[in-house]
Design a protein around this ligand. Sequence first.
Ligand code: HEM
Ligand code: HEM
Length: 459
Amino acid sequence: MSETQDTRPPELTKRIAQSVQRAPLFPQEDRERLRAVASNLILHIHPPKVAKKTLKFSYTFGLGGLLILLFSVMVVTGVMLLFVYTPSPEAAYESMTALQTEITFGNLIRNLHHWSGNLMVVVGVLHLLRVFFTGGFTPPREFNWIMGVSLLLLIIAANFTGYLLPWDQLAYWAITVGTSLLSYIPLVGDALTRLLLGGPEVSAATLTNFYGLHIAIIPLSIFAVVSFHIWRVRKDSLTVPRKLEEEPETRVERVTTMPHLVNIEFVFALVMLALLLTWSAFVNAPLEAAANPAHSPNPAKAAWYFMGFQELLLHFHPVFGAIVIPGLGLVGLMVLPYLDRDLEIAGVWFQSVSGRILTAFNALAGIGLTFAFVVVDEYWLDFPGWLPFLPSTISNGWVPTAALLLLLMLYVELLKSMQFKKTEIYLAIFTFLFFSFVTLTLIGIFFRGEGMALIIPWS
Ligand code: HEM
Ligand code: HEM
């Protein structure tokens, strides 16, 4: 057989010989291409460069990133739970006991889903506080703040709908109490409650409704809004103090996202996952006896994130406790970034030294005065008794709400007379109301016993 002639150009033959000789597993060009692909993926959610100041952990505390991580955990564990869970009153509770006793790692997955979901509420609120106290809602980020508030509502809705799914006593009665709050909405309340429950009370139809909302509609909505939220954060980049932003480019120290930010995120995610796994391995999600519509526990409490509202109901007419006051709070949160657009507060924790003092003072005042109000209202204040000739909507609704608003306005006047800036006054009022609401929630969870009477939990 004659030898085949090598007709290839000598240059090509040389290159083939060289590459065979080197035989690299990942040639340099491939490695660069891979790195480019990875960084491009990352650069979909991050800008290529970030201000060095915003990398400091104590600026964001990684809370937004932690919310993304927790949401991912919810989706992964949620899909795993779907393999076991059956959404019917007969089978739902059995799915829970099967997860606890029969299915390998079933309990761990359920615990992870339960604790991560509840943690999302806490972390969502902490992220909101971080953004508020660093002035992260100032222009151009006003709309993204509103998207954030919507995300918090969606997180609460996801937890609330998930709460029913185990179909135990806790689930049944917490949802009964929670949905009863809705019925106080004037005109449409009853119709809305019926629509959500699929009938007059919590039943198999409610479970079907909540299941659909829980596993599809709410997670998809969260995904859509989070995508928008992150895209805006990427476009606007994180807030840095205006002083820095206005200085020439060289003075705002910027570093590349890869590896500076991505490395921090990676380590943080691993640490948080390890903590979550450890907690879920040792602490079980609560599960009581199977739901029994004929036997209501005493006290019948709402889910913990609604206890502040349930507490309000003990002090105000239901329309005010469940609708007017929370509604005013929500509207206040939504319009907050449009009230004062002073860019000086952007990127600086608590605005200034006097802002810090004001925040600490109002936090303490919010806690102390709310405790005092609850005790005084329990044992002494009695507007309906003092004004028996008025309907309770007025004596227990309009009158106390107007009295509180008046006190708040007097406080604002006092702050103005003390020469505080407008932004500092917003800071003070927000802090006061926030800590007041947290105190109401804690009182509802820990200080209410049988018949919702005030108790001392440790006695
Ligand atoms: C699922 C829920 C949420 C996710 C995944 C999320 C994610 C993020 C991330 C990753 C960031 C950038 C880094 C950081 O601040 O940690 C961010 C910033 C921001 N978030 Fe959220 N967030 C959520 C909920 C909220 C809520 C409840 C609010 C407020 C009501 C909010 C308002 C904002 C604003 C205004 C910024 C820009 C802040 C700045 O420029 O300093 N987000 N978010
Ligand atoms: C932000 C998103 C989510 C939150 C906050 C959330 C929250 C919850 C909560 C608090 C429970 C009750 C857990 C318990 O005590 O047993 C639950 C149950 C459940 N969730 Fe989710 N969830 C989310 C997303 C998802 C997704 C995406 C799926 C599936 C695609 C899912 C599927 C389930 C199933 C099947 C149950 C019933 C089993 C069980 O209770 O362990 N969840 N969810």
